[in-house]
Design a protein around this ligand. Structure first.
Ligand SMILES: [Cu+2]
Length: 142
């Protein structure tokens, strides 16, 4: 069983590309939404290089800002998430993005979109009465 478990972990890490997200930076959650104070002051998508984008997403009760992210097929997007208030989470369907979003901490993960379509993302940490309204979508254009 231990050998099978070790093989499953090794395969998911090095073949499938599933990684443990680690905190990459700290932010002051009181100032996080202030323009100019942190990278989340102006949330959205920026092009860093051809086919390499950066998405800065601020989670707060009960929405993601931005709620819609548009990319093109073949783009690699590095997602940065943080929370302004309570612990949230994000699971992006059809990708490896599945992270906790913790106030004061930046979570980062990259995904490459090989297929056109609309991929929903949603909060997977119960964050209060409006939790079920906390979702958005990545639109991958051909
Ligand atoms: Cu939630």
């Amino acid at each position: 069983m231990i050998i099978i478990f070790a093989a499953a972990v090794t395969t998911s890490a090095f073949v499938i590309g599933i990684q443990l997200p680690a905190p990459v930076a700290r932010v002051d959650s009181r100032l996080v939404a202030t323009p100019g104070a942190t990278i989340f002051g102006e949330p959205g998508v920026r092009e860093l290089a051809p086919h390499h984008l950066e998405a800065r997403v601020l989670a707060r009760t009960w929405q993601f800002d931005p709620r819609e992210i548009r990319v093109k097929v073949g783009d690699t997007v590095t997602f940065f998430y943080t929370s302004q208030d309570v612990i949230h989470g994000v699971k992006l369907m059809g990708s490896n993005v599945n992270m906790m979003i913790i106030p004061g901490q930046v979570s980062r993960l990259s995904a490459t979109f090989e297929k056109a379509g609309t991929f929903k993302f949603l909060c997977h940490e119960y964050c209060g009465l409006g939790h079920h309204t906390m979702y958005g979508e990545v639109i991958v254009e051909p």
